[in-house]
Design a binder for this molecule. Structure first.
Ligand code: SF4
Ligand code: SF4
Length: 350
């Protein structure tokens, strides 16, 4: 028999498993979503989409901000534990809790809807079998926050400092109120100025993406994902001391590249994760030893080298200085010292 379950009970239960924020969208808010991103393509009986967030601890960024430590970010604040253990644990327990009350619940791990493999549908009229929600748009629909100009998801509690996942369920819940467009992001353009590779167009360029949810229009910059991937995943000598150590004489200016996302991934992952023969000059056994070690610390999955210098760290610093971040710190602003950037030309070996 089904037992009643309220949003308050869900939020309290999720909190006991480390989930910081929980919001609810009804399926009607996805009326404009394409089939390959629609929650009903995964679970046709879905009534509610519960989106959860867990914070990236502010100090996870400290080492990259100071230019002294990269592992803590990938391990605790990105793919290593946050994406693969801390959030999924809460999501799975939440799904169990809902099913204990008699409602089916799909624990959903956010994949990448943009990267569609060439699969054929398994049933007439169905999308191919690689359906993924656009998790940030789902989070907007659940009232957790809005997408900032940078394309990063922002909440009132943590600004850009969280990661997201979801549970799809047939349990009917009252949807949360939407956060109004541009009520967190003030279009300051700090993300644009501090992105090392010019991946985020300035508002003057007029390159935007728009979605409409329940009559509200949310708009953000049409990110150059190719440049962002090159920088974030380790092809940019300006943000990686490890390139300077492993590839003497290398010269690569990401700001001048015009590659698509797929090409950027091929370049970065090959450079960053592949083994290579040992030589007298470099006995590490990797193309770029530092990146390979960070990727291994990311439980063999994704890894971060740029550490979101503009779109997350600068944005957070800006919103925090304005007093727009709910969680308060008393030891000073996040960015406290002159920031570092390396040249895109790596000096040759002496
Ligand atoms: S830095 Fe943050 S608040 Fe400022 S424009 Fe970018 S996303 Fe918006
Ligand atoms: S992750 Fe780095 S490269 Fe990508 S948009 Fe953010 S600051 Fe720019």
């Amino acid at each position: 028999m089904r037992k009643p379950l309220t949003k308050k009970q869900l939020a309290e239960f999720a909190r006991s498993f480390g989930i910081d924020l929980l919001g609810v969208a009804n399926v009607e808010r996805f009326v404009n979503a394409p089939k390959h991103m629609h929650p009903a393509s995964i679970f046709p009986e879905v009534r509610s989409i519960i989106v959860v967030a867990r914070r990236i601890v502010r100090g996870c960024w400290r080492g990259i901000e100071e230019g002294t430590n990269w592992l803590s970010y990938t391990y605790f604040g990105y793919h290593g534990l946050l994406n693969t253990l801390f959030i999924p644990l809460g999501v799975y327990e939440l799904a169990c809790f809902i099913e204990d009350h008699g409602y089916e619940a799909v624990p959903y791990y956010p994949g990448v809807p943009e990267a569609q493999p060439p699969n054929e549908p398994l049933r007439d009229g169905a999308p191919p079998y690689d359906v993924h929600l656009a998790i940030r748009i789902a989070a907007v629909a659940s009232g957790l926050g809005e997408i900032g100009w940078s394309k990063v998801f922002l909440t009132r509690e943590f600004g850009p400092r969280q990661r997201l996942a979801a549970v799809l369920t047939e349990l009917e819940l009252e949807p949360d109120e939407l956060v109004m467009p541009s009520s967190i992001c003030d279009r300051c353009m700090e993300c644009v100025h501090e992105c090392p590779c010019n991946a985020i167009p300035h508002i003057r360029e007029g390159k935007t993406v728009r979605v409409e949810i329940d009559g509200y229009v949310y708009e953000w910059a049409d990110l150059d994902v190719g440049k962002c991937v090159l920088c974030y995943h380790g092809a940019d000598p300006r943000v990686s001391p490890f390139i300077h150590k492993s590839l003497p004489g290398f010269e690569f200016d990401v700001r001048k590249q015009r590659v698509d996302e797929e090409t950027a991934y091929r370049i970065c992952w090959t450079l960053s994760t592949q083994p290579w023969r040992r030589t007298r000059e470099d006995t590490s056994g990797f193309v770029i030893e530092g990146h390979a070690q960070i990727q291994r610390w990311g439980v063999g999955g994704s890894y971060g080298i740029c550490g979101s210098r503009g779109c997350m760290r600068s944005c957070f610093d800006h919103l925090e200085r304005l007093g727009k971040i709910g969680q308060k710190f008393h030891g000073g602003s996040f960015i406290r010292r002159e920031r570092w950037l390396l040249p895109h030309k790596v000096p040759p070996r002496k």
